[in-house]
Write a protein that binds this ligand. Structure first.
Ligand code: SF4
Ligand code: SF4
Length: 461
């Protein structure tokens, strides 16, 4: 399955992509087209973000542009430059489902999408557009407008409980987060012997997908076979994650198709929707109900902070002294923090930018990593800087876009009435009426997974 490709006709060999690739998956000599080695690619899309060689109508003429646009399956309303490094687009499948009256299209979007999407309509970098995003998805014609943030809250219930279980029952530590599929792929390819350190909890995207076709279908009295589940992601690797064979524990694919934030912007433009003038609307209940803890999944340190907000209260039975755990926030790199949770000093680590994970894993192999829980995100500052986010053309915009999207994420966290996952009323109801308890039988069946120990399976697993 090809997820990321380099167009040999467009690549000028500037090697901007080579500099950012975290797994040395791009080979070639300067000033000649580069080759992407699929077996090594973890599909993060950072090369897509940095690529500077393109075809445009203004410089190359309509015919040359049209040929590339059509070959990539992009709608005729797309007019912006098309770059040599690109991700394979699945928008045609979404359009087909939207046009099929027999199909129920249920959509879910990730936390980072709402702080990126407005940029593609000319709004300032990092504009928060959660309400307009919900409104746009409804006007496109999706039958249900749900939110991955709901499942991020469920992820915390499962992953937080898993951590508590590993800590109290002498399980394998440190536990690593597993919500970034490019990181999971990197672990499977390069350190398969360490894979049991990954949390077995599925990512929010896959949890949402599994719940949509079971709990959601039951609630709405809909045949799960009729539901076509669409994910909107800031991430180019999520299509790969959704197509992993094991991601179908309910008997149906958890997620049927994934498109990126950029491709959602194409879709909104194709439908003639005036995004910036849309009213603010809410996501549908119950699977669009979310807390501030879920929203910060989009930034580095966010999964850790969300887990601590809940873990602290589950372990101590007392309210956490400060909801803002700034010790785990920070820039690209690796950082550690020791957090007092009752009698336990919880030692955590946060890696962002996949290139920074190797020394951490080498320390683990050498028995020198003294941590309980480590969060890893592939992209420079987490998913807000993901490979599927709006493309930044000017180098100087990267830093300000990263900062603005991160700031907007924390603003949204602060403005939400509930900021801890275990207090989400719709998640409480999910456990009361369906899952019964975190790590219970139904959770194990639907919301947990295993990892591939044979790196030879590589890309296709
Ligand atoms: S998608 Fe990521 S891993 Fe794959 S070639 Fe591009 S930068 Fe490298
Ligand atoms: S950090 Fe986020 S956007 Fe980047 S590869 Fe991981 S999940 Fe995808």
């Amino acid at each position: 399955m090809t997820v990321i490709a380099i167009d040999q006709d467009l690549c000028t060999g500037c090697q901007e992509c080579v500099k950012v690739c975290p797994n040395l998956a791009i080979e070639g000599v300067p000033h000649k087209p580069q080759t992407l080695v699929e077996e090594k690619c973890v599909m993060c899309g950072q090369c897509v973000q940095k690529c500077k060689s393109y075809v445009s109508v203004a410089e190359h003429g309509f015919g040359a542009y049209e040929k590339v646009r059509k070959a990539r399956g992009l709608p005729p309303t797309v007019t912006e430059p098309l770059f040599a490094a690109y991700n394979v687009c699945h928008l045609d499948e979404v359009l087909k489902a939207l046009d099929d009256p027999k199909v129920e299209t249920w959509v879910q979007s990730a936390p980072a999408v709402r702080v990126g999407i407005a940029e593609d309509f000319g709004a300032p970098l990092g504009t928060l557009a959660a309400g307009k995003l919900a409104a746009a998805l409804r006007r496109i014609g999706f039958n249900k407008v749900y939110d991955v943030n709901y499942a991020a809250d469920v992820t915390i219930m499962e992953e937080g409980s898993e951590l508590i279980d590993r800590v109290t029952n002498k399980g394998l530590l440190p536990m690593f987060t597993s919500c970034c599929p490019a990181w999971v792929k990197y672990m499977e390819l390069n350190y398969p012997e360490l894979r049991h350190h990954l949390s077995t909890t599925k990512s929010p995207q896959q949890i949402q997908g599994a719940l949509v076709k079971t709990y959601g279908a039951k609630n709405q009295k809909t045949d799960p076979k009729k539901i076509y589940s669409v994910s909107i992601m800031p991430c180019t690797c999520k299509q790969f994650e959704s197509s992993r064979p094991e991601m179908a524990d309910s008997g149906h694919r958890d997620v049927d198709v994934v498109i990126t934030t950029r491709e959602l912007a194409y879709l909104i433009k194709l439908k003639g929707i005036d995004f910036l003038n849309l009213p603010e609307e809410k996501f549908d209940l119950p699977m669009g109900d979310y807390t501030g803890a879920a929203e910060i999944f989009g930034v580095t340190g966010g999964v850790m902070e969300a887990a601590l907000r809940t873990g602290y209260e589950l372990i101590t039975g007392k309210p956490i002294p400060s909801v803002d755990i700034t010790a785990v926030r920070g820039p690209e790199g690796y950082r550690e923090a020791d957090i007092q949770v009752g009698d336990l000093t919880l030692k955590v680590g946060i890696v962002t930018g996949l290139k920074n994970v190797k020394p951490v894993l080498e320390a683990l192999k050498a028995g020198k990593l003294d941590r309980h829980f480590v969060e890893v995100m592939t992209c420079p500052e987490g998913c807000v800087t993901g490979g599927g986010q709006p493309k930044l053309i000017v180098d100087k915009d990267f830093e300000s876009a990263y900062k603005s999207r991160t700031d907007a994420t924390y603003v949204h966290d602060k403005e939400l009435p509930i900021r801890k996952s275990h207090e989400n009323p719709s998640v409480k109801k999910l456990y009361e009426t369906f899952l019964k308890k975190p790590l219970g039988e139904e959770s194990h069946k639907l919301l947990h997974t295993t990892y591939c120990g044979d790196p030879k399976h590589g890309h296709g697993h």
